[in-house]
Design a protein around this ligand. Structure first.
Ligand code: ACO
Length: 323
């Protein structure tokens, strides 16, 4: 498995902590100290997840020296699809001008990109596809209650993409650990908008179409699940923590990453962090960070890289590979 190209798309509109001070009862100091986030990007009406995902995909293809016709499969991770159906992957297929290849979405909340990445790597390793486009694209600004200071300071919009190929070296297999524990579904969810509780004026009036979160519980679950997943992934790979050159974690809260660093005795410099610029973009966090780590030479050929995430469900996932 090799990553042959990556790309991102970030909306140009920046919403700073100072802007949020004018919207809800909060301060730049509180948000910075409690989360590590300074600003986030907000998509406009035209910047749908498929639009942002397609732009990120075209950059990834260009960096890979490929054209859309070279793709054999498109997998999109998103919790904010353009529409419930068709899938955002189908819109992206049309927008980038790919062939009539299989295209579908994966829903594992913030762990979605890792779930999709694992699937893509197995498909290329089996020989069923040569090039798989994996996209994480989110427009979380549409599911956030902008009057709720507990949640609105955390999230942002954006997209990231990676092209996965089989690679020559069969030893460069990816190790992974993915999992879920549905018993915690109530810690982070959107009550209405699905078939269980359809969108009605009454449900909208009660703000049931917005993200609901028990922040403290999610915080603890995040640290526990990422720690366990990372350790299991290392064990599967037969590697030790010292072998890792760079960890790209889900960008939800700097204190979650600091706790992980302390628990596992991993120097904080090994974690790639960019949440100060974008906040939590759910399934787009990791591909955006991966692209930035690659173009800033934070990741070099032969480095052992770990991606690790957690999300609503709850879900978690880690992958380890040699870049
Ligand atoms: N500004 C000022 N004060 C605030 C704000 C804010 N933006 N938000 C909350 N507060 C207040 C609270 O009301 C509370 O006040 P009170 O003591 O008078 O009740 C106080 O600050 C402390 O609140 P806590 O909830 O205890 O703050 P905590 O340190 O837990 O931080 C946070 C809250 C940032 C939400 C944290 O719990 C967290 O990051 N949790 C994880 C969230 C997360 O990662 N979600 C995404 C999951 S991934 C996915 O799938 C989308």
């Amino acid at each position: 498995m090799v990553i042959v190209g990556t790309g991102t798309y970030l909306p140009s509109k920046i919403l700073t902590n100072y802007d949020l001070e004018k919207m809800v009862d909060t301060t730049d100091q509180w948000i910075t100290e409690r989360t590590g986030i300074k600003e986030r990007r907000i998509a406009n009406e035209k910047e749908t997840p498929s639009e942002m995902g397609a732009e990120a995909a075209l950059i990834a293809l260009q960096n890979a020296g490929l054209t859309p016709e070279d793709l054999d499969l498109i997998i999109v991770a998103t919790t904010t699809p353009d529409t419930i159906f068709p899938s955002t992957a189908c819109y992206i297929q049309q927008k980038i001008g790919a062939r009539t290849i299989p295209s579908f979405d994966i829903q594992a909340a913030c762990s979605g990109f890792i779930y999709a990445f694992v699937l893509a790597s197995h498909i290329v390793s089996s020989g069923s596809a040569r090039y798989v486009l994996v996209v994480g694209a989110e427009k979380l600004s549409t599911i956030v209650d902008w009057t709720d200071r507990n949640t609105c300071v955390l999230f942002g919009d954006g997209a990231g993409a990676a092209i996965i190929a089989a690679g020559q070296d069969k030893n460069k297999r990816l190790s992974f650990n993915i999992g879920a524990d549905g018993s915690h579904w109530q810690t982070l969810y959107i009550p209405a908008g699905g078939s269980k509780l359809p969108l009605t004026p009454q449900n909208i009036h009660h703000k049931l179409h917005y993200l609901h979160m028990v922040g403290k519980k999610v915080f603890k679950l995040a640290i526990d699940s990422m720690e366990q997943s990372l350790l299991r992934c290392l064990k599967n790979a037969g590697r030790s923590l010292e072998d890792i050159a760079c960890i790209i974690p889900h960008q939800a809260n700097l204190r979650i990453i600091e706790a992980l660093s302390q628990r596992l005795h991993i120097p904080s410099e090994k974690f790639f962090v960019n949440m100060e610029k974008y906040g939590n973009t759910s399934s787009a966090c990791i591909p955006i960070a991966l692209h930035e780590a690659i173009i800033s030479n934070r990741i070099k050929d032969g480095d052992i890289i770990v991606l690790v995430s957690f999300g609503a469900g709850i879900t978690w996932g880690s992958v380890l590979f040699e870049y």
